[in-house]
Ligand binder design. Sequence first.
Ligand code: PGA
Length: 259
Amino acid sequence: MARPWPRQPRLIAGNWKMNKTAQEGSALAGQLKGLLGTTRRCEIALCPPYPALESVAAAVRGSGIHLGAQDLHPEPKGAFTGAVSGPMLSAVGCRFVIVGHSERRHGMGEDDALVARKARAALRDGLTPIVCVGETLSEREAGGTADVLVRQVRAVYEGLGEAEARATVVAYEPVWAIGTGKVASLEQAREAHQLVRATLDRVVAPGLGQSLAVLYGGSVNAENAAALFGEAELDGALVGGASLEAAGFWRICAAATPR
Ligand code: PGA
């Protein structure tokens, strides 16, 4: 089973999406390792595409930078053409795996039930799932944000034991903020994070919400990171576009100072 992941220090996870070859990924990871030096102000995870996992693992070895994948298949092995399983990710050195990213929920038809199966598979295989939840613009405009967040959190956490739940991380990613340059306001992020925590308390065990890391994702960059991390509810960030360039990503990590 995956180990518990604490709220502090903050976690900055770079989701490279479908960017960087193995060689490019290794170069970027090497640059980051150089920039970060030995002073660690936060925990860092890089989530490259599958073919770059091995070269990035080699590039960050000894640096304390964690490796993560962007998705996994719920089954450990079998006839699932094109899919990659949890044991394969663990074997290449992954600590984390993103599940339920909105680009998979909305772009590739993943429903709550599949996301829940993937989160359980990650836990089974010793990986820490970064469980993404978040409302679309139309859901927000229709006043449905709370319902969507509660439904998505419930789907994954209902039936999980407290120890299992403690080995997960949540990422609140409003879909309208992803890749759009429109970052959520501190108030919007705070409200969503508090709702996620309250839902975890109800669904799994009282007090769980306060002990779980809840990241924010959606247009985080070097310019807005310091303001975002002024909000104590943010236990880190899931960073897409701004994780593809070392200097900018490093500035986000530097802004995530310990509280
Ligand atoms: P973005 O993506 O930082 O490019 O908005 C975040 C994400 O999709 O995880």
